[in-house]
Write a protein that binds this ligand. Structure first.
Ligand SMILES: [Ca+2]
Ligand SMILES: [Ca+2]
Length: 129
């Protein structure tokens, strides 16, 4: 795998892109909390791979629909990264931890906010290629 870091961040970005449109990490976390509930189909407080795949399958990256093989690959990669205790489920705490890491990655000037230029970079990271 030549560029694992970009792939690992790509999958969560499909899910967290609306959260990253918020300015601060606190508002991003609050927005993501609602996204989490919407994706947690059986309301058990955790995401499973089928729940994530269903969510990603309903989303669109730019003008292209993500193809099923990529969705599965990205879901597997994302899961491997987010499921810290390896129990096959990603709790909101685990997912919020990864969101915070993504937020900090795009908060280029480390002021705790994602400003206009940083937001554009985050979006192109989602929609690029
Ligand atoms: Ca669930
Ligand atoms: Ca877990």
């Amino acid at each position: 795998m030549s560029r694992p870091s970009s792939l690992i961040f790509l999958a969560p970005l499909f899910v967290v892109a609306p959260a990253l449109a918020q300015e601060t990490q606190a508002t991003a976390a609050a927005r993501f909390s609602r996204e989490f509930a919407a994706t947690d189909l059986n309301k058990d407080g955790a995401w499973t791979k089928p729940e994530i795949a269903a969510r990603l399958g309903r989303m669109r990256a730019g003008t292209k629909k993500p193809d099923p093989i990529n969705v599965k690959r990205l879901t597997d990669l994302w899961f491997g990264r987010a499921d810290l205790n390896k129990n096959g489920k990603v709790t909101e705490a685990e997912a919020q931890g990864l969101l915070a890491a993504v937020f900090q990655r795009y908060d280029a000037n480390k002021d705790g906010r994602i400003g206009g230029g940083e937001r554009a970079a985050a979006k192109s990271g989602v929609q690029g290629r």
